[in-house]
Design a binder for this molecule. Sequence first.
Ligand code: CO6
Length: 227
Amino acid sequence: MRYPTRTYPPFSTVQSVPHFGYCDEVSMDQLVHARAALKSAAEARGLKFSFLPFILKATSLALSEFPSLNAHVASDVSEVVHKGSHNIGVAMDTPRGLIVPNIKAVQERSLLDIAAELNRLQTLASAGKLEQADLADGTFTLSNIGAIGGTYASPVLSVPQVAIGALGKISRVPRFVGKTDTVVASNIMTVSWAADHRVVDGATMARFSNAWKGFLESPVSMLAHLR
Ligand code: CO6
C-alpha cells in the first residue's frame, strides 16, 4: 500500500493555527517496576509490552477529566466537537516514513488489549499494510520520539485535533527526594504538549498534564478507574 505523504492538511494550514507548547518531566520510577511486573504476562500472550500501553491508558484517563482536549475543531473555529471515543494516534517511524495510526476507544481497553492493538498496528505499519480505517478518526495524538532519543520537542498539531504530546527518552538522572536534600537516581521522561490556543488555554493543558503525570508516577492510581 502507498501511504499519502501526510494524513493531515498541508503544513501551511497547520502552522497557521496559533498554538502553544507546555512541557514537564515525569518520574517513571514506579512505572519501570509496574512494566517489569507485567511484561512476562504480556509476553506469555505473545505481546511486546513497552511503556506505551500505560502511557496511552494514562492519557485516556486524563482525557476523561479534560474532554475539551479530545476534540475536533472546524477550520474557521465555528464549531468544536468533543469526541466521545478516545482514538489515540501513535506516531510510528517506519521504513516508509512517519505514519500515525490510532488505537480506537482506548477508554474501553485493558493494558493488554492496548498492547495487542499497538503490536498489530506497528506490524502493519512496518509492512506498509495499514488500512485507511486504522488511520482515520484519530482524536488525540502521542509521538514517542524518545524511543529514538531526545528530551523536549515541538510537535505539530494533527488538525482538526486540538492537542498532541511528544514523549522524550526515559533517562536515569539525579533528582532530590521530595523536599529533602537527598539525591537519588531517577528515571525521568520529559513530555512536550502542543495545543490549539484558539480553543485550549494553557491552564487546561497544565491541569491535564498534571493528571496524566499523576497516573504515570503512581500507576496503582489507575486501578481506581478499572470498570
Ligand atoms: N524512553 C526510553 N526507552 C523507550 C522509550 C522512551 N521514551 N520508548 C520506548 N522505549 C524502549 C521500549 O521500552 C523498548 O525497550 P525494551 O522492551 O527493553 O527493548 C525499546 O525502547 C523499543 O521500544 P519500541 O519502539 O519497539 O516500542 P514502543 O511501544 O515504545 O514505541 C513506536 C512504538 C512505534 C511508537 C516507536 O517504535 C516509534 O516509531 N517511535 C518514533 C515515533 C516518531 O518517529 N515520532 C516522531 C514524529 S515527529 O514528534 C515529532 C516533534 C517531532 C520530533
